[in-house]
Design a protein around this ligand. Structure first.
Ligand code: COA
Length: 380
């Protein structure tokens, strides 16, 4: 007899499509409009900055000037790694290691140095959150430098998270325009309703496990090519296609072979991802500036084929790939950048989960065998 579980028919084995798993006030998607705490992504990406956006996601209001300065100061004080952390993190293997695998381990390691890691009072949990947002970019930059035999570059406390990420990664100060454009990318990636990694964070938090565990779960979910890992795959695909002339045929063949074209499609957006529109403009500007406008042109061509052939629109990962490429960022660092930004959204979700928690414990509809009897190995 199958277990009697009332199931939402449309969702079983369909990735929980259409299932509302919790109430949330952090970000919303209505048709092609994405809002963080009621502000559209277009408004925030045009006027805000990553620090202010993170404050908004956590506190449910835009900060007053004094609040923002204090928040920036807290982040700045927590951006650098201690010499002991640098030493231990540098000892981790990097050869043949994917940056997201390293980041997953490194974030988990940070918990071992944090006296607040297991704390349950809100003030201590907030300190943990500040440390995580402040240090995520520092970790990613350390990984890339270390694997290339370069020394750790300490962040500059008077500069933003985005500026410092580029500075620590490359070892040279970014110009103001690049820092601003990168900051826009961080704003665009900061949260996205109940996406796979935010849900993973919430599921872990719902057992009342600690923040580091929940963020490590989220990083693990983000790593996959169907989620954050798609941006890296997009650039690898563009390089494989190689030229504008080959793009149309390559994509048509991929579709004929039932391949997924990375950077297209979305579970929720059916009329376009608003983040992709902002990123397409940035891609056009930055690839032209770097003298490699063909990457944008190829992307446009693929965008066109995908719409005509499959009715699919680009998601956040499609144009961000060429944006980062034009910024001179190594391709396998694109997904870690997603984590540098999305950590602020994950933390907002973890806090929201703690604030009205009940453990996530869904049911599985039984489709396996029943009534079997154990027999000794010789009789099987
Ligand atoms: N390339 C080609 N076909 C695609 C596609 C893509 N990128 N995305 C969806 N489709 C097709 C599927 O093959 C399926 O077609 P079918 O009904 O003929 O079998 C249909 O569109 C529905 O796709 P499905 O995979 O069921 O949608 P989903 O809601 O489960 O998955 C994504 C959503 C985002 C995971 C999916 O679109 C995808 O894999 N995209 C590529 C990876 C990506 O860019 N991820 C980043 C997301 S922000």
């Amino acid at each position: 007899m199958a277990t009697q579980v009332e199931v939402y028919a449309g969702a079983v084995d369909k990735g929980l499509e259409g299932v509302v798993a919790c109430t949330t006030g952090i970000s919303s998607i209505v048709d092609a409009t994405l809002m963080y705490r009621g502000y559209t992504i277009e408004d925030l990406s045009a006027h805000s900055n990553f620090e202010e956006t993170s404050f908004l996601l956590w506190e449910d209001r835009l900060p007053k000037e004094g609040d923002l300065n204090a928040f920036r100061k807290e982040l700045a004080e927590n951006m650098a790694l201690t010499p002991e952390q640098v030493k231990q993190l540098k000892a981790l293997p990097t050869k043949g290691v994917h940056p997201m695998a390293w980041l997953r381990t490194a974030v988990s390691m940070l918990a071992l140095w944090d006296a607040d890691a297991q704390a349950t009072d809100p003030a201590a949990q907030r300190r943990v959150a500040i440390r995580l947002v402040a240090k995520m970019g520092t970790l990613v930059a350390l990984f890339d430098r270390n694997r290339n035999g370069k020394d750790y570059v300490a962040p500059k406390p008077d500069k933003s998270i985005g500026w410092n990420f580029l500075y620590m990664l490359k070892g040279e100060e970014p110009n103001a325009e690049m820092a601003k454009d990168f900051d826009t990318c961080l704003i665009l990636h900061a949260d996205h309703e109940l996406n796979c990694s935010a849900f993973a964070a919430r599921v872990t938090a719902s057992s009342l496990s600690d923040i580091y565990s929940a963020v490590t779960s989220a990083i693990s979910a983000l790593k996959g090519p169907l989620h954050g890992g798609a941006n890296e795959q997009v650039m690898l695909m563009l390089k494989k296609i190689g030229s504008m002339d080959a793009a149309r045929t390559w994509i048509k063949e991929a579709l004929a072979g039932k391949q997924k074209v990375m950077g297209f499609g979305h579970r929720v957006y059916k009329n376009g991802d608003p983040r992709a529109k902002v990123l397409a403009q940035l891609s056009q500007k930055l690839t032209a500036k770097s003298g490699e406008g063909h990457w944008y042109e190829m992307s446009k061509e693929i965008d066109d084929v995908m719409q005509k052939e499959k009715g699919l629109l680009p998601n956040v990962d499609f144009y961000s790939a060429t944006v980062y490429y034009a910024m001179g960022i190594p391709i396998d660092i694109y997904t870690p950048i997603f984590a540098v930004s999305r950590v602020s959204g994950w933390l907002a979700h973890i806090f929201e989960q703690y604030s009205k928690n009940r453990i996530y414990r869904p049911r599985g509809e039984w489709i396996g065998k029943e009534g079997l009897k154990w027999v000794p190995p010789a009789q099987r």
